[in-house]
Every structure is written in C-alpha cells, then in structure tokens.
Design a protein around this ligand. Structure first.
Ligand SMILES: Cc1cc2nc3c(=O)[nH]c(=O)nc-3n(C[C@H](O)[C@H](O)[C@H](O)COP(=O)(O)OP(=O)(O)OC[C@H]3O[C@@H](n4cnc5c(N)ncnc54)[C@H](O)[C@@H]3O)c2cc1C
Length: 408
C-alpha cells in the first residue's frame, strides 16, 4: 500500500509533462476543427499511438502505479487539451476496463490488443450497456443473449444506444440479459469480435458537445459469437447465476452486476476528465481577466471578477483532491465505504459545468463565440453530469452508501 502524498515523484512529473506536451502541441491546435467536423479524429489518435500514449502498454503501466495517480493525471492533461478529441483517445479504455473487470487472463490477452490495433493501423473499441429504455435503470435492459449449446455459441439480439465508438469499433463489449428473472443480476458481458455478421451501427448522434467523439446506436440482429466470447466463461457465469437464484429465493441481498463493476472502476478516471476541462476554462478566464481592460483597468482588478476566479480555482482543486483520493483508495485496495468514487464524479462533473459557465461570463461576448475555446469547453462539460451515471444517480449511490437505506 502506498502512503498518500501530494509531492509527485520524478516519474509522475515526467509523465504529466509528457502528456501535457502532447495535449498542448497536438490536441489543442486540432480541437476547433474536429469539433466542427463532428468526426473521429483518426490522425490524432494515430499520433497518440505513435508515441505510445494510445496503447495497452500505457494503461498497463499506469495500472501498476501504486499511488493510483497515473491515470487521473493522464486524463486531466488530455482533457485539458480538448475533451472531444481526448474522449476519442481514451474511449477504448471503457471497453478495455469491461474486459479487465470481468474477463479471464486469456480473454484479456486476446481482445484488449485488438481494441487498440497498432500505430500503423489504429483501432477503437466500444462498451455497449445503455439502451433506449435502460439508461440509469440498467435493470430494464432488454438485449438478450441465449446460449446455443449444440453450436457452443451465444446468440445476441437487441438495440444498444449512446455507445461511444459504437459501430466504428473493432471490438464491441456488449452487456446482455442471460436470465431475465434475475434483473440486473442476470446480465453478462460479451465480446463481439471484428466483422461479426449481424452487428450494425444505427443512428449516429449529433451532439451538443464532445463532438469529435463518435456516439451511436448499435443494433444486434441474430449476432452469433463463440462460447469463449462470454467474459469470465460459462462455468463462472453458471455459478454466479446459481448464487443469485439462491439469494432471490431467500429474499435477495444486493450483488454487483457486470456493467456496474465497469462503471465503479472507471468513475474517478471520468471525474479526472472533468477536472481537465474545468482547469482549462479557468486558465483561459484568468489570462483574459488580466488583459481585458474596461473602465481603464484590467477586469481582474474588480473583486467581482477576481473572487469568481478564486472560487473557480478552489472548486477545481477540490475536485482534483476528491479524484486523487478515490484513485489512491482504489489502487490501495481500500473499499469505497462512503461511495468515494461517486463523490469524485459528482463533484468534478458539477464543477466542470459551473467553472466553464463562469469562464464564459468572464470572457463576455468573446466567451459566447467560437473564436475563444471556452464556448466549446462549456458544451463539452455538460456531458459530465450525464454519462457514466448522472449526477442524480451519483447522489443516489452516495446517499444509499452513507445511510445504508434504500433511498428511492
Ligand atoms: C455522449 C454520450 C456518450 C455515452 N457513452 C456511453 C457508452 O459508451 N456506453 C454506454 O453504455 N452508455 C453510454 N452513454 C449513456 C449514458 O451513460 C446514459 O445517457 C446515462 O446513463 C443516462 O441515461 P439516460 O440518458 O437514459 O437518462 P435517464 O436514465 O432516462 O435519466 C433522465 C433523467 O432522470 C434522472 N433520473 C433517472 N432515474 C432517477 C432516479 N432514480 N432518481 C433521480 N433521478 C433520476 C436522471 O438523473 C436524468 O436527469 C453515453 C451517453 C452520452 C450522451
């Protein structure tokens, strides 16, 4: 277990500076263009792959950082560059975490490299859990996976929505119902290998923000995958389902389901993305306030503006501290007894929304135009109270955890 300290070691500083350099030199200059194009920025992903930033190795190295700070630092710097492009770079990670959380060693070794491809032929991956009628209410999921014992294949049918990289991914990780009687405890995750017949992209969404990140429906029509594509394997699934049926008979105690395990592991990392956006907007506003002159003095000379910047900076730093605490706890194997992962996501998401809104205000008319980046940052920030669990759902998780009561 690592002692918690605020002094970054030399390796961590070097990592932060390296990623910051990429964010400043490659991501930021490309941000406005890819936001307007509303397309996946493949050339930027390729640049990230060339320097080893878009790779399994990079994440594996950070995974073994005993302080747990490598991933949040990387996220903050990348999203400081631009959220839409950065999400295109890190979106594959959600699918990879889905495999890491539920897969066998063999599945991890087989599928995660195919999610990333290599620098000459980059690929992306998608994690598909949400459905049109099952967003926050994961238990309402309808996509069905049925085992064809004779062929040792699983057959999947249903429609997934809001999937980051959905339809353009090389590998899709799909959560489906294997036992409808068990609600969310009857779910399992499946790998859909590249070019599997029956999987098609549905509508691609035109979004308010993070427009360089591809978001689409994924339609599964009689998709057949080999038995070994069930994450964790059939034996483990059968044992888990048997336990859940026993619990259901006895009146049921709560157990984690496949999608929830993925979300829990990724929440502080997503929160760190929001910190990056908030910090970026704060920095633009601070610079602007020092140089914009009205009434014969820089606008920062007014307490009304300076105090707002003081609050913005305080909020950003507070959000980062919650993220670092949750990341350190996860790396140290400490349980989130007070839903510390959800706390970090809630606070960082709300901070990103409020700090980017305040930054627009400080830039006045300029802040409202696409000539300055805070308008884009404000649009991008809005997703952080929606995806990976809305702010209301984070509050529900925290409230239930601290109270031990099934608050509705
Ligand atoms: C850009 C984008 C990318 C995404 N990427 C992915 C992805 O890669 N994979 C994936 O599986 N999903 C993804 N999602 C889906 C995302 O996780 C869902 O949108 C989110 O979980 C909310 O679900 P919903 O949109 O159906 O909203 P709903 O669940 O319908 O919620 C609507 C509103 O009701 C509130 N609400 C619902 N239930 C309660 C309650 N019990 N108490 C209080 N308030 C409540 C919510 O907080 C929200 O404000 C993405 C979404 C977007 C927009």
């Amino acid at each position: 277990m690592s002692e918690f300290a605020f002094d970054l070691n030399e390796d961590q500083k070097a990592l932060r500076d390296w990623i910051h350099g990429f964010a400043a030199d490659v991501i930021r200059p490309a941000a406005a263009e890819w936001d307007e194009r509303e397309e996946t920025p493949w050339p930027v992903i390729q640049e990230a792959a060339k320097i080893g930033l878009y790779s399994l190795d990079f994440y594996a190295q950070q995974f073994f950082d005993p302080t747990g700070l490598g991933i949040p630092m990387a996220m903050e710097e990348l999203f400081w560059g631009d959220a839409g492009i950065a999400l295109s770079i890190v979106g594959t990670g959600l699918a990879a975490v889905g495999v890491l959380a539920n897969g066998t060693e063999e599945q991890i070794g087989t599928w995660i490299p195919q999610m990333y491809g290599d620098a000459d032929d980059v690929k992306v991956a998608a994690f598909c859990s949400s459905e049109p009628d099952a967003g926050s209410d994961v238990a309402a999921m309808r996509t069905r996976a049925v085992y064809d014992e004779a062929a040792d294949e699983w057959v999947l049918n249903g429609t997934k929505t809001w999937a980051t990289n959905g339809g353009i991914a090389n590998v899709h990780v799909v959560v489906a119902v294997v036992d409808p009687e068990l609600g969310s405890k009857g779910h399992a995750s499946f790998i859909i290998p590249p070019d599997t017949p029956g999987l098609a992209q549905g509508q691609k969404f035109k979004k308010h923000g993070i427009r360089a990140s591809h978001t689409a429906e994924v339609v599964l029509d009689g998709v057949r995958v080999p038995g070994h594509c069930l994450l964790g394997g059939k034996e483990k699934l059968d044992e888990r389902l048997a336990r859940a049926r026993e619990r259901a008979k006895k009146g049921g105690e709560r157990v984690k389901n496949a999608a929830m395990a993925t979300f829990e592991a990724s929440r502080p990392a997503v929160a760190a993305q929001a910190v990056g956006i908030a910090r970026a907007a704060y920095e633009v506003a601070l610079d602007y306030a020092k140089t914009r002159v009205q009434f014969g003095r820089p606008i920062i000379d007014n307490q009304g503006v300076a105090f707002q910047l003081a609050d913005m900076r305080t909020q950003v730093d507070a959000a980062r501290l919650l993220v670092w605490r949750a990341s350190w706890m996860a790396a140290s194997g400490k349980p989130f007894d007070s839903a510390e992962g959800s706390m970090s996501k809630l606070h960082a998401g709300e901070t990103a929304k409020s700090v980017t809104a305040q930054a627009m205000q400080i830039l006045g008319g300029n802040g409202y135009t696409r000539e300055y980046p805070v308008e884009r940052m404000h649009r991008d920030a809005a997703i952080y109270s929606i995806f990976e669990g809305t702010s209301e759902i984070q509050r529900l998780v925290i409230a239930r955890t601290i109270s031990g009561t099934t608050i509705r």
